[in-house]
Write a protein of this length. Structure first.
Length: 618
């Protein structure tokens, strides 16, 4: 279902963007001109370096015998965070900068005579215009993945966002995975190839390889028990994976290190299942787990497409000879892990370290002891140039208007003037749905799930890239007519009841950024995980993080409680709205036959229309 929706979404997205372009040609040219003259923050302009606002790391990295650089949930953020609002510049490194960093770090490892591995834990699709802004007939992340593949990844694994749309899975099978020579791992995820009936692993199920320094590594790539995958793909439960004869055979031989990459949070979830299966055979062999912040809880609740993660920095140790690291999201974090190995003869703790780097050029240069003049490699520069050209090709700098201020998902309370959810549901959606709508004479009450919005909106030019980043999903709005206002309001309250919706304050199933005491540190992540010592590379004051309701609504119309109104909602939540309506009243039994399409405008058009209508005034 999610897959189908997303396919439709992608198709519609493109249609919408081209249709919109035609109807607003005049505004478009005005907006572009004013953006150029009125603002120096062109959205495709990359803040290459802003030494004044980026705090350097607090200390050198600790190197071990085996060292790992880890990325996860990049979701298309390959040009880094490009806005000037705090703390975005801290994450301003491009994938080209990252490539230069990795290449220098590999040189440093060589000089030190140690190993350095580069690992990714999945979710390359869905998230920015570079992945989602493709023209009609294109495939999500097909182009951006070509740049991703220019990095010397030693191990990669699959995320759930590689599995929502069959064509995306097929695309990585045909065009992305072959570039990694057997190191793209999907131990428990398969695909059915066109014209065949059986299923085959999407990547390799495991890899055994020798590091530069001759250490044997056995690597696996494990996806959590994901069920939202598209037809033509399959995911095996982790409990079943560890019983597979091939799995038992693969882990039989003892390597220097088991490297378990996986799209699964390091706290809870199913890592202990894999870990225990290996420990049963090898009580002392070092095991490194590189996870992502996925959680089943969040999948159901938080996210629109079942894509929710806590997406946070985290670390834990399942025993003293293992470490599990989870390195954030959206290229807001690059993870570092080091291990000093021993001969595996005694049950002594291994010395591990971990660090969460802010991905920016100041960080990268600090840790490589290089400067602006000698940092860039030619491949790094060509990656950045290529990504900028892709942004141009996808017309991502198309400007809808100029946002007057920042609107954030978590750093402002909901509802409030600075809340991106308030902007969306109280301003943008009512405005966009009212555009030539024959139902305009009937008052309405509009409900959406908060997970339908994905990222902040920052002040300044609001581009196609920003629209796709903030509000990517193309679901239609439906309505049920003649619902008394009082009942419509009860539906919202019912949907937000803890029993129905759970409580986002349960969010941090591991480390979470918390509000720090007053200090002079800069804004950013402040991590409290369960590994020894401090993991944050740069010391920050924590950003405010407000809990959000799962469901949000427009302002109720100024009519009496009994007035029949149109109860409008995103089609995605229709089953929950109908169930709720049936639970709060017994006069009528509602079914999906009572719900009708409300407007041709879909979810991800709302902010675009609103920006055109409201953010083009001087
Ligand atoms: C998937 O790709 C095939 C082959 O390119 C194409 O015919 C089909 O329309 C695509 N399906 C969707 C839903 O985009
Ligand atoms: C590394 O793996 C190879 C191939 O499986 C094996 O022959 C060799 O003995 C292993 N080396 C060590 C030190 O375990
Ligand atoms: C994946 O394919 C392999 C090989 O064809 C098969 O043994 C395995 O059971 C399949 N797993 C899933 C989850 O379909
Ligand atoms: C070894 O590591 C474990 C797991 O992190 C920890 O609980 C234990 O205290 C450590 N033991 C020593 C002697 O440091
Ligand atoms: C960088 O320079 C510092 C200070 O001179 C030194 O301690 C550190 O080892 C150097 N780092 C690398 C990776 O060369
Ligand atoms: C913040 O900086 C001011 C001025 O430099 C200093 O006086 C103060 O002690 C600092 N506060 C903290 C909490 O570090
Ligand atoms: C609501 O409607 C009533 C009656 O029509 C009117 O007196 C009142 O001013 C309205 N309130 C708002 C906030 O518009
Ligand atoms: C650690 C760091 O670089 N913090 C910066 C994050 O961004 C804000 C806004 O630009 C700066 O004020 C911080 O110094
Ligand atoms: Zn993700
Ligand atoms: Zn994911």
């Amino acid at each position: 279902m999610a897959g189908k929706r997303l396919q439709a979404a992608n198709a519609k997205k493109s249609l919408f963007l081209s249709a919109m372009k035609k109807t607003i040609a005049v505004i478009y040219s005005l907006a572009v001109i004013s953006a150029v003259y009125a603002c120096d923050d062109d959205p495709t302009h990359i803040h290459r370096r802003a030494p004044a606002i980026i705090t350097p790391p607090s200390r050198q990295l600790d190197w071990g015998d085996i060292n790992i650089i880890h990325t996860t949930d990049t979701h298309g953020w390959l040009l880094g965070h490009q806005k000037t609002s705090s703390p975005e510049p801290n994450y301003s490194g491009t994938f080209g900068d990252f490539s230069s960093f990795v290449s220098h770090m590999k040189d440093i490892a060589d000089k030190k005579g140690v190993d350095l591995l580069l690992v990714d834990s999945g979710d390359l699709h869905d998230g920015t215009g570079l992945t989602d802004g493709f023209p009609p007939g294109g495939i999500d992340a097909h182009d951006s993945n070509e740049f991703f593949a220019k990095l010397p990844y030693d191990v990669l694994t699959i995320g759930n966002h590689e599995l929502y749309v069959y064509n995306n899975t097929l695309d990585i099978y045909n065009n992305f995975i072959p570039k990694f020579n057997g190191r793209y791992l999907s131990s428990n995820a398969n695909i059915t190839l066109p014209g065949t009936s059986g299923t085959v692993p999407i990547g390799n199920r495991w890899a055994k390889f020798k590091t530069q320094k001759g250490r044997n590594v056995t690597a696996l790539g494990v996806l959590f028990d994901f069920t939202g995958n598209d037809k033509g793909t399959s995911v095996q439960k982790v409990e079943d994976l560890v019983k597979e004869p091939w799995f038992l055979e693969v882990i039989k031989e003892e390597p220097a290190l088991f490297l378990l990459a996986g799209h699964m949070p390091v706290q809870k979830d199913k890592w202990p299942v894999v870990f225990n299966a290996i420990r049963a055979v090898h009580p002392l062999t070092p095991i490194v787990i590189l996870g992502d912040a996925h959680s089943n809880f969040l999948i159901i609740i938080h996210s629109h497409l079942g894509s929710g993660h806590s997406h946070i920095r985290d670390c834990t140790q399942l025993d003293g000879r293992s470490m599990s690291l989870q390195s954030g999201r959206y290229m807001e974090t690059v993870g570092w892990l080091s291990a000093k190995l021993d001969d595996n003869k005694a049950n002594k703790n291994i010395t591990f370290t971990r660090r969460y780097l802010d991905p920016n050029r100041v960080t990268y240069e600090y840790h490589t002891n290089l400067t602006e003049t000698d940092f860039d490699t030619s491949i790094g520069k060509s990656i950045t140039t290529g990504l900028l050209a892709l942004a141009k090709k996808f017309n991502l700098d198309f400007i809808y208007g100029t946002a007057p201020r920042d609107y954030t998902l978590n750093q402002d309370p909901y509802p409030s003037e600075g809340s991106a959810l308030t902007l969306f549901i109280e301003d943008a959606v009512p405005y966009a749905l009212a555009l030539s709508n024959p139902r305009n004479n009937t008052p309405n009450f509009i409900i959406a799930n908060s997970g339908s919005q994905r990222f902040d909106v920052y002040s300044g030019p609001f581009s196609k890239n920003d629209l796709l980043t903030a509000s990517p999903y193309a679901d239609p709005f439906f309505y049920i007519p003649s619902v008394p206002l009082s009942q419509a309001k009860q539906v919202l309250a019912d949907l937000n009841k803890p029993s129905t919706a759970n409580d986002l304050s349960d969010y941090g199933n591991g480390a979470s950024p918390v509000k720090a005491a007053d200090s002079n540190d800069t804004l950013g992540y402040v991590t409290h995980d369960s590994c020894p010592g401090d993991g944050d590379d740069t010391v920050h004051k924590a950003l405010a993080q407000y809990n959000l309701p799962h469901y949000i609504s427009s302002k109720p119309p100024n009519v009496s409680e009994q007035t029949p109104i149109d109860l409008v909602f995103i089609n995605f939540i229709e089953p929950r709205v109908i169930a709720s309506l049936n639970s709060i009243q017994k006069v009528k039994v509602y079914s999906s036959a009572d719900a009708h399409q409300y407007s041709p405008v879909v979810l991800n058009q709302a902010l675009g229309y609103y920006a055109i209508g409201h953010w083009n005034k001087d």
